[in-house]
Design a protein around this ligand. Structure first.
Ligand code: PMP
Length: 394
């Protein structure tokens, strides 16, 4: 396919907004909408029925799984389970852990990767990649039994990348596994289970330009196959006897996908993944980094606004920046940006309360959290300039 086709596949639908809240929900790209429209005429049940609608729908659903497995660099034997979103995917993994598993998690995580874990050992978010690795090493070497280290790929607060590859090495050296919350990483950076050496990865379609309600948990099959089904019901059961409890659960991803699945969510997400695989992601990333540099430089000139960071200003990031506002309520600023300038950003604690509390310090003006700017495909220098001008005017 030509680059022109790929470019239009990744065109954002809906012009005229200065939407700088991609980290919450990214706009829909053409590939996702086209995939939905193409399937609607033959839309039908998945894995339930023999008619042509059902056959096409089942085929497309399973094809979507394969495309996403490729996109995520799955290894032979890895599973791709469709979920509702990242929260759902991580909760599924949390319920599939072997009995007695200890989980190790840094407190800089989004609540979706902080709250689901049983028997969790919480480590303080480190000040550098090296500290993260040392802290993980120290925690993991003392643990027995099954252990899962779980970490974000990119912070939803600061946009900073975490040392996933290095943490995967540490985890494996100590016989532990690692899960990666890729909700904010996958939209910006290629994510490969094989290359990262990660055991599991979770993501959300609506942050990956496919806002039709699907998410994914991908990774090692053994724990998933051995676990009770996440949702007990039709689709998850292979045989149900007459007596209560006489059930043989399905093997493979179906075990955790009880009920009729979200076909359009899966297919639209796969369409975006396929378009991204074909696209020049290095060029997309380089463009995003130029926008980011422009944004950060402009923000440095906004009085009373200070960018927050876990690993320091020089750390590698995706297109997300959060600001502590000296003496200003971020919600009030976000509301004025929307009402007076038509600009969408996010204010608050972004479902990462421990981290945002720490990053915003004890300053009274930061009680309402931070102001977050996030962007991606379709964002222009003009969008960034409009924000900077609006902030200067405020
Ligand atoms: N992890 C991270 C890093 C996130 O940014 C988010 C969403 N803000 C989530 C998990 C949860 O995603 P969802 O709301 O789609 O479940």
């Amino acid at each position: 396919m030509s680059l022109a086709v790929h470019t239009s596949d990744l065109d954002v639908i809906g012009a005229g907004f200065v939407h700088l809240d991609y980290a919450a929900t990214a706009p829909c790209v053409r590939a996702a909408a086209d995939a939905v429209n193409a399937l609607l005429p033959s839309y039908g049940s998945v894995h339930r029925g023999t008619g042509p609608r059902s056959q096409t729908s089942t085929l497309e659903y399973e094809r979507a799984r394969d495309v996403i497995a490729d996109f995520l660099g799955c290894r032979p034997g890895d599973q791709v389970v469709f979920t509702r979103n990242t929260t759902d995917a991580l909760n599924l993994l949390a319920r599939a852990l072997p009995p007695g598993t200890t989980t190790v998690v840094f407190d800089g995580e989004h609540h979706a990767n902080l709250l689901p874990w049983p028997n969790a050992l919480r480590l303080r978010a480190p000040a550098s990649w090296a500290e993260a690795v040392t802290a993980a090493e120290r925690a993991l070497r003392d643990l027995d039994g099954p252990v899962l280290l779980t970490v974000t790929g990119a912070s939803n607060v600061t946009g900073e990348l975490w040392p996933v590859r290095e943490l995967a090495e540490v985890a494996h050296r100590h016989g532990a596994r690692i899960a990666v919350d890729a909700a904010q990483l996958a939209p910006h950076v290629p994510v490969s289970l094989a290359e990262l050496g990660a055991d599991y990865v979770a993501l959300s379609g609506h942050k990956l330009y496919a806002p039709f309600g699907a998410g994914v948990l991908a990774g090692r099959a053994d724990w998933l196959d051995a676990a009770p089904p996440y949702l007990a019901g039709g689709g998850a059961s292979a045989h149900v006897g007459d007596r209560a409890g006489d059930v043989r659960w399905a093997a493979g991803p179906a075990r955790h996908e009880g009920g009729t699945p979200n076909l359009l969510g899966a297919v639209s997400l796969a369409a975006v993944c396929a378009a991204l695989v074909e696209a020049d992601r290095a060029a997309l990333r380089a463009h995003e980094q130029e926008l980011l540099a422009h944004l950060r430089e402009g923000l440095r000139r906004v009085p009373g606004a200070a960018e927050v960071s876990v690993f320091g200003t020089g750390s590698e990031r995706v297109g997300i920046v959060s600001l502590a506002l000296d003496g200003r309520d971020p919600s009030a600023v976000a509301t004025r940006l929307a009402d007076e300038f038509g600009i969408g950003v996010r204010a608050g604690k972004f479902c990462a309360h421990p981290l945002v509390r720490r990053l915003s310090g004890d300053s009274a003006g930061c009680a309402g959290g931070l102001l977050r700017v996030s962007f991606g495909l379709g964002t222009t220098f003009e969008d960034i300039d409009r924000l900077l001008e609006a902030l200067a005017a405020l």
